[in-house]
Ligand binder design. Structure first.
Ligand code: ZN
Ligand code: ZN
Length: 686
């Protein structure tokens, strides 16, 4: 189905919230964030009103477990990782209006209030259940905090949520001989109270919602209807974990709200936070979220479909009940889900080193090569693989098809027509045909994008550039130029309109390249001022001056890139394994030498400090050392010692100590280092 734009539309564009505990890899990128960015950029160019949000999901148990292990507060770990991910998304030019995280005050308050409304509307029930409790840590253990033997395959170190060996999903109570993952002691079963969301009460309405929505893809629809037919279970909203959003209602003290409940609400609260804190127009929150005509779109991986089409709308329905029309939150308009991206036909795996992570990618090639490649092979209908061979082909496409057409056109106008767009004289059928294609390409690509077929849209643009090359070759203006210069000029008038079209068409996909083309064309480059509708066969008037063009792309050596990736990996591994190694170069900067003690004086009002005057070969120095309880002045007099001579001077009890004497220390025992043989004072230690 084709959605025709009638006036401005309102969009809330979102991408799935990445867990904060890992750097995203290329699969995560195309599965959600990058796809959403292309769409958001497109609808902005269409002139629609758009807010594009997402954020880091920070309340997951892996964060809590990892923080306990590192002995730091989970918030500290989460914020550190969140910062890193945000930075990487900025480098990938993801045009978020707000990329936030789930531990921000707006979100916390929003979720707590949201819960109360859902409870007031009668969608929550209270239950007593059995859970594992660790006496030593004084806490109930959430699934990932429990380890034990797998009841299915007998593996020794299965986790409370899943066995890594046989992949079966588990609950902590199923584990044989469970132990606490933090302290290793045996937890016991203890009763605890939890609050559950009554999904069965929402089942019929969710079924109608799915059936009546004509936009969501067929496969997603089927998946949801099957899941509803099996019966939707009640789901626990609260859990006994300190890290998370406090459950602020009677009886739930000390409990937090489960991540499944709050993370999806981030789509709503992120817009609220944007309206209140970023653009400082709080009314824009209702303007987007509480208008039934707003289209909310979710870019997600296929494993997230149920979550976004059943769980999330279910929450919204439970919240909306008893509310007036303009107080209701809008239900999802569509999800755009992708199949999985593999890496050379294997699953991405950090531990096995299979895949490419988004920080590494940017060290290997310029951003647009990655953006282009990922969307060109977006796994829309089936799982696809990142293949180096395909990457190499796609780099060729950029160079030989798109780059070549644009470069030939602009260079020719610069050389032969003094950089001014030539005139149209008289058009033949070939010209007319290409002009028509320039006029219709915006709609063709736009329609594909509105159907969320990003991959086909990009391929259509490449075909268009290919048509441009064919047209140029058939017209052969380099021959025309000798006798019919004006006709040659006409060819380039037409081609430069196509170059302009390419700049706009490519903008959602490879924004850096698009920016460069617009600069060459001497046009406004600010995203705010370029529009999709400006694509036309008369976009540039004859006489319009253009600038000198440089090649847009370069050929990259795939083998070199692979080698570089290995080097990056090795560097990271070494840093991890030997964090405190210093190079010989650094060691050489330490000025350690043999010195001789000349005078010894006690430092007044201290028991252990001595003021030593020493000869370091080049000069005399004063040292303060804690030796009085270990050596007598007589033992020290004229002794050869070893000192670090280029240590920053430091005042101790009013005396400046100009270096440090080296000694071996074992608790109370102190032994001064001294050369094995008599040696010249000032000799270097190396
Ligand atoms: Zn198992
Ligand atoms: Zn414990």
């Amino acid at each position: 189905m084709i959605l025709v734009a009638e006036g401005k539309r309102k969009w809330v564009v979102t991408s799935a919230w990445p867990y904060v505990n890992a750097t995203p890899h290329l699969g995560t990128m195309i599965g959600s964030v990058l796809s959403a960015d292309v769409f958001a950029r497109y609808v902005r160019l269409k002139g629609d009103e758009v807010v594009f949000v997402s954020g880091s999901d920070v309340h997951g148990t892996p964060v809590a477990v990892e923080a306990k292990k590192q002995g730091i507060p989970p918030e500290e770990l989460a914020m550190k990782n969140h910062e890193k991910t945000s930075q990487l998304f900025r480098q990938w030019k993801i045009s978020f209006d707000n990329y936030t995280q789930t531990h921000n005050p707006t979100h916390i308050k929003f979720c707590q209030d949201f819960y109360l409304d859902v409870q007031r509307n009668g969608y929550v029930s209270e239950k007593e259940i059995e859970s594992l409790y660790c006496e030593k840590d004084a806490m109930y253990l959430p699934d990932r905090f429990v380890e034990g033997q797998c009841p299915f395959c007998g593996a020794e170190n299965a986790r409370g949520d899943q066995c890594d060996k046989c992949q079966k999903l588990l609950t902590p109570l199923e584990l044989i001989q469970p132990t606490c993952a933090i302290c290793g002691s045996s937890p016991y079963i203890k009763k605890t109270k939890h609050w559950y969301l009554l999904f069965p009460k929402l089942q019929d309405r969710l079924k109608t919602f799915i059936e009546q929505n004509e936009i969501i893809p067929k496969n997603a629809k089927e998946m949801c209807l099957n899941s509803i037919a099996e019966g939707l279970p009640e789901r626990a909203i609260t859990r006994d974990l300190e890290w998370g959003i406090p459950a602020k209602f009677k009886g739930a003290e000390g409990k937090t709200i489960y991540v499944w409940f709050e993370a999806v609400l981030g789509y709503i609260s992120a817009v609220k936070e944007w309206a209140e804190k970023i653009i400082k127009k709080p009314e824009k929150f209702e303007y987007f979220w509480k208008d039934s005509t707003t289209r909310t779109v979710y870019f997600i991986g296929k494993d997230n479909i149920i979550f976004h089409l059943i769980v999330f709308p279910g929450l919204i329905m439970a919240y909306n009940e008893n509310k007036k029309g303009n107080e209701k939150l809008v239900l999802p308009y569509n999800v755009s889900s992708t199949e999985f991206l593999m890496y050379e036909n294997d699953k991405f795996s950090k531990s096995r080193g299979v895949g490419i992570w988004i920080d590494e990618a940017l060290e290997l090639a310029p951003l647009d090569y990655w953006r282009f490649n990922l969307i060109y092979n977006r796994p829309e209908k089936s799982d696809t693989s990142f293949l180096w061979s395909e990457f190499e082909n796609n780099i060729k496409l950029l160079n030989d098809v798109i780059g070549n057409f644009i470069h030939r056109t602009l260079t020719f106008i610069n050389k032969q027509f003094k950089g001014k767009v030539p005139d149209i004289i008289e058009l033949d059928d070939k010209d007319k045909q290409f002009l028509e294609q320039i006029n219709s390409i915006g709609k063709t690509v736009g329609d594909l994008l509105e159907r969320f077929e990003l991959r086909s849209a990009l391929r259509e643009i490449v075909s268009f550039a290919r048509i441009g090359n064919v047209y140029l070759n058939e017209k052969a203006p380099w021959h025309l130029i000798k006798e019919k210069k004006a006709l040659a000029g006409q060819v380039f008038n037409i081609c430069v309109q196509a170059v302009h079209a390419l700049a706009i068409l490519l903008s959602p996909f490879i924004p850096d390249t698009s920016q460069k083309i617009l600069e060459f064309l001497n046009l406004e480059t600010s995203l705010k001022n370029i529009t999709w509708e400006s694509i036309s066969d008369k976009a540039l008037k004859s006489g319009h001056p253009i600038k000198k063009a440089k090649p847009l792309f370069e050929k990259l050596d795939i083998e070199e890139m692979k080698k570089k990736l290995e080097i990056i990996r090795k560097g990271k591994k070494e840093m991890k394994e030997k964090p405190d190694l210093i190079s010989y170069e650094k060691f050489k900067r330490l000025d350690i030498r043999v010195a001789k003690i000349l005078e010894i004086e006690p430092v007044p009002k201290t028991k252990n400090l001595l003021k030593l005057t020493i000869d370091i070969g080049t000069e005399k120095r004063t040292l303060v050392a804690g030796l009085a309880q270990h050596y007598t002045p007589k033992e020290l007099k004229n002794k050869q010692i070893v000192v670090l001579a280029n240590l920053e001077p430091k005042k101790l009890r009013g005396i400046e100590s100009q270096g440090m004497l080296l000694a071996a220390v074992d608790g109370e025992k102190v032994s001064i280092l001294t050369p094995d043989k008599e040696i010249k004072v000032g000799a270097r230690i190396e």
